[in-house]
Design a protein around this ligand. Sequence first.
Ligand SMILES: CC(C)(COP(=O)(O)OP(=O)(O)OC[C@H]1O[C@@H](n2cnc3c(N)ncnc32)[C@H](O)[C@@H]1OP(=O)(O)O)[C@@H](O)C(=O)NCCC(=O)NCCS
Length: 214
Amino acid sequence: MVRASEPLFGPAQPRISTAPNVTRNRPKSLVTSIPFARDCIVLVRRETSQDIAAVRLIQAAAFRKPEPETLTEPIEVWLLDELRACTGWLPQYSLVVEQDNTVIAHGVCTRGQVGGIRALGLGPIGVQPDFQHQGAGSALMHALVGGADASGELFIALLGNPAYYSRFGFVASTDHGIESPDPGWGPFFQVRTLSAYQPTMTGQFSYAEPFQRL
Ligand SMILES: CC(C)(COP(=O)(O)OP(=O)(O)OC[C@H]1O[C@@H](n2cnc3c(N)ncnc32)[C@H](O)[C@@H]1OP(=O)(O)O)[C@@H](O)C(=O)NCCC(=O)NCCS
């Protein structure tokens, strides 16, 4: 028998704290549920021309290989430069995470297509190594997915580890009848369908042109 004083579901609610709320007067960041340190101001925003050099350094650091390849610039930096110069570049989907006025992460979607129907290809996405595993990547992912959905995009495709991207709703592309550009990618090629997606959108996905020169 449950006594009236016991909670039916889960632990009792915590008592309302009377401690001062140090975050009360801070501007709210766009993403409030991400586990950044509570005393930081974190913004996800569109990249500006002033961010480009910092973004390049962040992607280089994020994708830098362990020794002995440390001195070689990662291919993702070349890819980003080429994407910026191609017709598939979509500035509204090149986002940065800024923590206390410093850019610490960058992610981008560019124009892809499946069977002549527009879609988005996500990548590269990278977080400055010192700031990884603190929520910046998740903040970027939520902002990119939410922004694309709000703008009426159909779906986003990416190549990556399902252990990470499944938490943002990505599933193997073949679950939706979408083939990867390279059949060898298997379940690592994933899609996140958005509100405007129609199940008839099937076929082989193509990234923006620079991806095809990798
Ligand atoms: C991958 C990356 C963007 C994630 O951003 P992040 O800010 O470090 O990640 P978050 O703090 O949002 O999320 C942390 C979680 O992601 C997991 N994670 C991070 N990178 C992962 C990866 N490559 N594969 C699987 N899981 C990963 C962590 O284990 C952690 O899991 P948990 O929440 O269950 O503990 C970032 O680590 C990064 O820049 N890595 C190097 C470049 C890279 O690999 N880019 C992606 C290529 S597809």
